[in-house]
Ligand binder design. Structure first.
Ligand code: CA2
Length: 145
């Protein structure tokens, strides 16, 4: 799941977010998922309520095995997304293209991190592929040591 403005990837601020479009990243995730035996439902929304609805659906009976989410700016503002994630039983990976801790102070706090199993940031679009691999490992029973 991808939050607001990530549909603009590849068109602005390439020094921070890279040249790849969100479609390029989705294709890379799908290729990695196929290699590790997972399927990806790749989504983006600019609407906080829609994202919360997706998170609630993900935890339902027709739900998913895990959630990878780049909440974008909602990372720093949305207790509601954090609460929705906390209600899910499945693994949650928080993801950011940029290293949010090496940027402005207002990006250093994430409401989402306490509700996540783990967090990946600073690897650009490649972080999404790392997240698919990490999710496969989690689902295969890898435990943090
Ligand atoms: O590094 C990330 O992935 C972020 O989640 C991206 C958010 C930012 O607010 C977070 O602090 C870190 C911003 C997404 C905006 O996406 C853009 C895409 C293209 C051009 C400009 C912004």
């Amino acid at each position: 799941m991808n939050g607001p403005n990530l549909n603009m990837l590849g068109t602005r601020e390439p020094a921070i977010y890279g040249h790849r479009t969100l479609n390029d990243i989705a294709a890379a995730c799908e290729a990695k998922a196929a290699a590790v035996g997972l399927a990806v439902d790749f989504r983006q929304s600019n609407d906080e309520a829609e994202i919360i609805g997706w998170i609630q659906e993900a935890g339902g009976s027709d739900g998913v095995d895990g959630i990878v989410i780049n909440p974008a700016s909602f990372t720093h503002t949305s207790l509601a997304i954090a609460d929705a994630l906390r209600m899910q039983d499945c693994p949650v990976i928080e993801l950011h293209l940029s290293n949010i801790f090496a940027r402005e102070a207002f990006r250093h706090h994430s409401w989402v991190s306490p509700a996540a199993t783990g967090m990946i940031c600073g690897f650009g679009g490649g972080g999404y592929v790392l997240a698919v691999e990490a999710m496969a490992n989690l689902l295969n029973g890898e435990k943090a040591e």
